[in-house]
Design a protein around this ligand. Structure first.
Ligand SMILES: Nc1ncnc2c1ncn2[C@@H]1O[C@H](COP(=O)(O)OP(=O)(O)O)[C@@H](O)[C@H]1O
Ligand SMILES: [Mg+2]
Length: 329
């Protein structure tokens, strides 16, 4: 009977966001994967949304970091501290975490040694069992795809630090392709463009805002504009400009092209029967980048394959991670 205390969690440790799902309850945490810590002592000052709000505003002795920035765990200690803080936040009473089973999906670029270390961090925190799962499988399950059937499905996960294309069949990954060029690199392209074109230096959050609010991959999309503030690159004084969506269209276009190339090369690697299935079943888009306006339409036009966006693109990986495996005694 004591089993009723055992819980199953699915954690999506993403380069941009960490999402935690609890089986039977739903998504219990969704925060940016950001840590603010004191440079000299390593003391953690804030994690998640609270730390993100400090980006660009912290004094020099405070470092604010995305510890998984490039699709790899760049700073393991900070990743571990961040996970611990998030876990503390949801467990409330420490006993709740005890004896639970935790499945975790990690960015595809991380090494086996790092995977083990993540599992150990979680077990150390009191979980009975922790296992790393493959992200594309989790995302597909979370989006409701019947991945165990003998039928090919293609999943494109557009994350912050990595994008991954995977063709799945019979519950496994048949072919895949990973890129470091992802949603955050579009933010950097926007920063570079604004500096080059308008002589204005802007921060990462502003660039991300531009992407989300006026970025569009649809050529005939409605023209929108956004006033942004930054620092004049020449005299160093604050200044603002109004950007229009047409200006950054070329950057988005270029990004969409990389995605299409990755889809094509993954299709080439897989057996013809599965490629045929994909053409019929369509492409599933997930990850925050799937919310970029018109990206589905653009990929559909370029590949001639139906494209649909997961219902909850930012959360489906965590949901699937928590549901992928049956409860283990
Ligand atoms: N509405 C939106 N339009 C475009 N991009 C978005 C939108 N919402 C979130 N994003 C982008 O999605 C990325 C985060 O996606 P996510 O799947 O959480 O990444 P990761 O798995 O790497 O943590 C960020 O780069 C963010 O800017
Ligand atoms: Mg992700």
């Amino acid at each position: 009977m004591f089993k009723r205390f055992e819980k199953v969690y699915g954690i999506d440790l993403g380069t941009s966001n960490t999402v935690i799902f609890e089986r039977g309850r739903g998504v219990v945490l969704n925060e940016p994967s950001v840590v603010a810590y004191r440079e000299n002592s390593g003391e953690v000052l804030a994690v998640g949304a609270e730390a993100q709000a400090m980006i660009g505003r912290a004094p020099p002795q405070v470092t604010i970091d995305y510890p998984l920035r490039n699709g790899v765990i760049a700073n393991f200690d900070m990743t571990g501290s961040m996970l611990k803080h998030f876990m503390n936040k949801i467990q409330g009473r420490s006993s709740l975490w005890r004896g639970s089973q935790v499945y975790i999906s990690v960015p595809c670029g991380i090494t086996n040694v790092q995977k083990r270390a993540v599992e150990e961090t979680i077990v150390h925190k009191g979980a009975r069992k922790a296992s790393v799962v493959e992200e594309p499988l989790a995302a597909a399950i979370g989006a409701g795809l019947p991945i165990h059937e003998p039928l090919g499905h293609l999943v494109l996960n557009i994350g912050g630090g990595t994008c991954q294309v995977a063709i799945l069949s019979l519950g496994g990954i048949v072919a895949s392709h990973t890129m470091r060029r992802a949603s955050m690199s579009l933010d950097r392209d926007i920063m570079d463009y604004v500096k080059r074109k308008h002589n204005l230096e802007i921060g990462e959050r502003t660039a991300e805002d531009v992407k989300i609010r006026i970025g569009t991959a649809a050529p005939d999309g409605e023209e929108r504009s956004l006033e942004i503030r930054g620092r004049d690159a020449i005299d160093g004084m604050p200044r603002s400009v109004r950007l229009v969506s047409g200006e950054i269209h070329a950057l988005v276009e270029d990004f969409a092209e990389t995605l299409v190339d990755a889809i094509r090369s993954t299709m080439e690697q897989c057996p013809p029967e599965l490629a045929g299935d994909v053409v019929e079943q369509g492409i599933l888009l997930c990850g925050g980048g799937a919310l970029l306006e018109g990206i589905d339409q653009r990929i559909r036009e370029e590949t001639g394959i139906p494209v649909y966006v997961a219902d909850r693109p930012l959360e489906c990986t965590a949901i699937g991670t928590g549901q992928l495996y049956p409860y283990e005694k």
